[in-house]
Design a protein around this ligand. Structure first.
Ligand code: SF4
Length: 316
């Protein structure tokens, strides 16, 4: 079976071995973050609908999971905001009913949690990973460039979700130097975090090409001092995590796996080597072939050469 909506499993620094589910067409989101690794949002929307057929996603999951793969999480992520998909609740219910042994995670910007229907749809997930990068509308606009600029509404939605669900909440705070790392903004964020009461706050910063090339990563020292500032909240800096776990790829077609991976998220050859569990030399051979076929391109960044899918085309 060719999977159109599943990808990986990928070794995630935060989630271990994670099977990805991508429900949203590239690049549809409620935000257009300056640091987004997927590129600029071309459809900035808050319209919830069935962007891809729910039944087809369920069929793919059933096919993949019936093989009883070893996974840490089945994760809603990909190239847009997953809660925009109106069938996400039905997919979660299917997983809980048919494959309760797998934990479900959702990577979300949290912007639609103000909608009771969204909170209800994702209530049964095991882990929700929302983001909150700013509380001041001006800074929220500068970083996230949302469809609706109302951070209070988002914070309120997350507070409500906390009281309605038993899911773990690992909230991501993406630090953009000079924008949201002032003491004034961090104090406001801390106040909001205290109200939301997440299980963990994860500090993140740029490590792949972002949408805007002027965005700089925060230094390790800066992340450490912000973590200190936010105490007694439980804070982790994603940037300081150990390397990714070694894992066995479930994809048989190596070229297709590489293509699918870089089409969703730019990666270095080293990342791909870790993601796919293959020797770097072997990876480089496939990369060369994909470059020659013009299925991928590349861009030089601080951390090295990142390989990028050339468009919306999915691996055939
Ligand atoms: S980082 Fe997430 S929330 Fe921001 S534009 Fe990209 S997909 Fe949307």
């Amino acid at each position: 079976m060719v999977y159109k909506y599943l990808f990986g499993p990928v070794p995630s620094r935060r989630l271990g071995v994670s099977l990805g589910i991508d429900l949203i067409p590239y690049k549809t989101c409620t935000y257009d973050c300056i640091y987004c690794e997927c590129g600029k949002t071309t459809d900035l929307t808050e319209e919830r609908k069935e962007y891809v057929p729910t039944d087809d996603v369920i069929k793919e999951l059933d096919h993949f999971l019936s093989g009883k793969p070893s996974l840490d999480y089945v994760t809603f992520s990909g190239s847009g905001e997953p809660t925009l998909h109106s069938g996400i609740g039905r997919i979660i219910d299917f997983l809980k009913r048919e494959y309760p042994e797998y934990k479900i995670a959702i990577l979300t910007n949290g912007s639609l949690f103000c909608d009771p229907a969204v909170r209800k749809a994702v209530r049964r997930t095991d882990l929700v990973m929302p983001s909150l990068d700013a509380v001041s509308p001006l800074i929220f606009e500068q970083i996230n460039r949302p469809k609706t600029n109302d951070p209070e509404r988002i914070i309120d939605g997350l507070i409500k979700f906390r009281s309605e669900s038993e899911a773990q909440i690992w909230l991501e705070l993406f630090i953009v130097p000079e924008l949201n790392d002032s003491e004034e903004e961090l104090s406001k964020i801390k106040e909001a975090l205290n109200q939301i009461d997440p299980d963990i706050v994860q500090l993140n910063t740029l490590d792949r090409p972002g949408t805007e090339s002027w965005v700089e990563p925060a230094t390790t020292e800066n992340l450490r001092s912000i973590a200190q500032f936010l105490k007694p909240l439980k804070v982790e800096a994603v940037e300081l995590y150990d390397g990714r776990r070694k894992f066995a790829s479930f994809n048989e077609d190596i070229a297709r796996s590489i293509f699918a991976t870089v089409n969703r998220r730019p990666c270095t050859a080293n990342d791909l080597s870790q993601i796919l569990g293959l020797n770097l030399k072997e990876i480089n051979k496939y990369l060369q072939t994909l470059l020659e076929e013009k299925k991928i391109t590349y861009k030089e960044e601080k951390r090295g050469i990142f390989y990028i899918g050339t468009g919306n085309e999915r691996a055939e």
